[in-house]
Design a binder for this molecule. Structure first.
Ligand SMILES: C[S@@+](CC[C@H](N)C(=O)[O-])C[C@H]1O[C@@H](n2cnc3c(N)ncnc32)[C@H](O)[C@@H]1O
Length: 321
């Protein structure tokens, strides 16, 4: 549908007002900023000049932070648009929203430990590869501690609800590989700067955790290959070694796919000799879910077995009896 003039402005305004509500309780700075953008004709006109997929609040705010060196206010954003609009548009065009949250490994760990070891890990939508390292981090599940293989790696804290099958060790990972449309290079200072800019101001713990995970990954960077999960997955899966359980998994990726693409992805994974773990939004409305609070992911094995509900940033895990 083509939207022009007032309709276009109104749809961008609505998008920012919705984002403002979503940010409530997570980031007061972005809650206020998004609402202010919705009422700012100059910033709205700038957004209208961008392609539709590039108008998202997350992308605008991260790009502004990238140029300003700190989270934007409506005043600094207005100045940026007026004085450095081309530069801001260039960052937005060059970058994508690729937030990489290592704490999602805490949601995955119990399910990974139920599988025959050793494991071959293949993460689709891996971003910089920080969620490819579940064996290197340490964990604290409400006092139940598990030591990772890298003593300097961060401790991921996760509250438990229900009968979470807490393991006493981390998985034996023989092979790991990521696949992403646009891999971020954890050894690149510029890509790391972008990862930092994607965090929302006011979320305690996320910054230090990200820094710890980046340092962990830099000590032995995981391979993240450029490719599309819809077309390039079988070739990468074939590289996994025999004698290890191949696990194909993802978190915060399905939101990037249309319903038809999700179905195509499911068909591709079912055609591979692998366990499939989805720590994500629902694949389709047919998959049952737990009503376990807002903004949660569901941990689903092989496309249909619901194991748990999980916080989208790994803060809690609610296992089904
Ligand atoms: C929000 S990030 C999540 C990163 C990581 N899984 C995590 O949980 O922290 C989503 C990632 O999926 C990637 N992505 C989106 N669509 C994809 C596709 N069709 N094929 C491969 N990667 C894709 C994006 O480039 C982005 O890096």
């Amino acid at each position: 549908m083509f939207l022009g003039g007032h309709d276009l402005t109104r749809s961008i305004q609505e998008n920012y007002l919705t984002f403002s509500q979503e940010a409530r309780g997570r980031s007061r700075v972005y809650e206020i900023l998004a609402a202010e953008v919705a009422g700012d004709p100059a910033v709205l006109a700038f957004l209208a000049s961008l392609p539709p997929v590039k108008r998202q609040p997350n992308l605008l705010f991260a790009a502004a932070r990238y140029l300003l060196g700190r989270p934007a206010t409506i005043g600094s954003l207005r100045q940026l648009v007026a004085g450095r609009g081309a530069e801001l548009a260039a960052v937005i065009q060059a970058r994508r929203t690729q937030t990489n949250e290592p704490a999602r490994c805490a949601s995955l760990l119990p399910a990974l430990m139920q599988l025959p070891q050793p494991l071959a890990l293949l993460e689709v939508g891996a971003s910089a590869g920080l969620t490819l390292l579940p064996d290197r981090y340490s964990y604290d599940y409400a006092g139940h501690r598990i030591a990772g293989t890298d003593p300097q790696a961060p401790v991921l804290r996760c509250d438990t609800r229900g009968p979470v099958p807490l393991p006493d060790r981390v998985p034996d990972v023989r092979w790991r590989a990521g696949l992403d449309l646009n891999p971020l290079d954890v050894t690149s200072d510029d890509d790391v700067r972008w990862l930092r800019c994607l965090l929302w101001p006011g979320e305690p713990g996320r910054g230090p955790r990200l820094e710890g995970a980046i340092a962990t990954a830099r000590r032995d960077p995981p391979a993240v290959h450029r490719g599309d999960l819809l077309t390039d997955l079988p070739a990468l899966a074939r590289q996994a070694p025999a004698g290890a359980t191949l696990v194909i998994y993802h978190s915060a990726v399905l939101g990037y796919l249309s319903a038809a693409e999700r179905a195509q992805f499911a068909q591709t994974v079912h055609g591979l000799d692998a366990v499939w773990l989805s720590n994500d939004v629902r694949l389709s409305p047919d998959v049952p879910v737990l009503a376990a609070g807002e903004a949660s992911f569901h941990l689903i094995r092989d496309g249909s077995t619901l194991l748990a509900a999980a916080d989208s940033h790994g803060a809690w895990l609610h296992w089904l009896p």
